[in-house]
Design a protein around this ligand. Structure first.
Ligand code: SF4
Ligand code: SF4
Length: 100
């Protein structure tokens, strides 16, 4: 498993995914592995009214950009590319959210 390149002391420039906490991705969990937690409106039962996750410290790997990369994608995708992919999917989610 590759190590997280942004780890303090690793020597690489720290890069991270910028999430503005709009909560949209946690409102569209139908059809995902988290579906069992979906409320009637498709939002995750762990999403609070403030758009926070009430199990944040123990959130599933699929909800954790860094851990998902570490356990599943670090051998095939660089951290930089992974961040770009996250930003792209975030943009798509926001466009989808705006259109309905
Ligand atoms: S849609 Fe993007 S910005 Fe909004 S909460 Fe999800 S990851 Fe963060
Ligand atoms: S577990 Fe937390 S981060 Fe994951 S979808 Fe639910 S509210 Fe969002």
């Amino acid at each position: 498993m590759g190590s997280y390149p942004g780890k303090p002391g690793h020597g690489c420039v720290r890069m991270s995914f910028k999430c503005d906490k709009c909560g949209l991705c946690c409102r569209m969990i139908r059809g995902t592995p988290l579906e069992k937690w979906a409320r009637k409106d498709g939002s995750c039962r762990h999403l609070t009214k403030d758009n926070l996750c009430d199990i944040y410290a123990k959130r599933p790997t699929i909800c954790n950009v860094r851990r998902l990369w570490e356990v599943q994608f670090s051998k095939t995708v660089t951290w930089e590319r992974w961040l770009r992919l996250q930003e792209e999917s975030c943009k798509i989610i926001k466009e989808k959210g705006r259109s309905g």
